[in-house]
Design a binder for this molecule. Sequence first.
Ligand code: ADP
Ligand code: TRP
Length: 321
Amino acid sequence: MRVLSGIQPSGNLHLGNYFAMMKRMIDYQEHHTLFCFVVNLHALTSVFEAQKLRENTFAACCDFLALGIDPEKSYFYVQSDVPEVTELTWLLSNVTPMGLLERGHSYKDKLAKGIPANHGLFAYPVLMAADILLYGADIVPVGKDQKQHLEMTRDIAIRFNQTYGEVFVVPEPDIPDSVAMVPGLDGQKMSKSYGNTIDIFSPENVMKKRVMSIVTDATPVEAPKNPDTCNLFAIYSLFLDEAGRKELRARYLAPGLKYGEVKKELAEVIWNYFAPYRQRRDELMKDPEGVHRIMQRGAEKARAVAAHYLEAARHATGIDY
Ligand code: ADP
Ligand code: TRP
């Protein structure tokens, strides 16, 4: 089975990205064919400084490699290194109804925030469909916020197949409940754009400060607490197995639990969890040439797969005169 997902190089990685997408991708590579990429063409919709985009793209490559993507076992590449994706985007554009794109939540949210509408922002889901269909992906692990984009990809694939004959695999989203929406410090979805993240590679004092500022309720120490409505519990649970979660739940239900103490513990758990990755990341960041070689090799491998689907789409549409 082919598993595929991408991430934008638009800032620091946080726990939401890691648990909803990156960790699952890394687990998938053991038993499936994994396609994992850094979507710098998508990031052009929000990053307008060349040097910043370069640096963020390089950092995202190091992040994934440090966290355990194995470029030998999987296809790991930068989106723009496979130019086939832009050609496919055009072929897909012509079976994509305006209405489908106009209904995009992400597009509408951005407009509502006052971000000027441009064609890139509007066509974002078509490029994303091309990212997925170009590799015949069966499964796409993402967080819940990407569900509609996946539905659009499926619609576009079905329309293309109906118009021109069966060319594309219609992919399935993979969004397990446990990580569909990782909450941030304030209980809303953890997101760069809400400023409520816990970043996985920030310095220790910054990370600690963030954890200590997780919002909790005003239940007095001596009263039992409700784990099911507690943001701190939800975040801590990401690091616990079934038994650990049960134990933490029991501590919540007994009187005397101090949120401050749980936060201190959690800060330590997070720090230790990412420590080995942090060290590996520092090494990679110091070796840009080595990292570039890995990415070039990844793109070559990916292009070989992309060529197959692009050729089929070219033939189906008749541009291969
Ligand atoms: P952000 O919202 O911080 O800008 P991205 O849009 O770059 O994050 O998300 C990258 C990936 O991580 C996507 O698959 C997205 O669904 C997932 N993701 C991001 N934040 C969360 C979250 N809080 N809960 C679950 N998944 C998330
Ligand atoms: N839109 C996704 C996000 O913001 C990133 C993305 C681009 C993606 N292409 C993709 C995710 C293909 C999965 C598959 O997170």
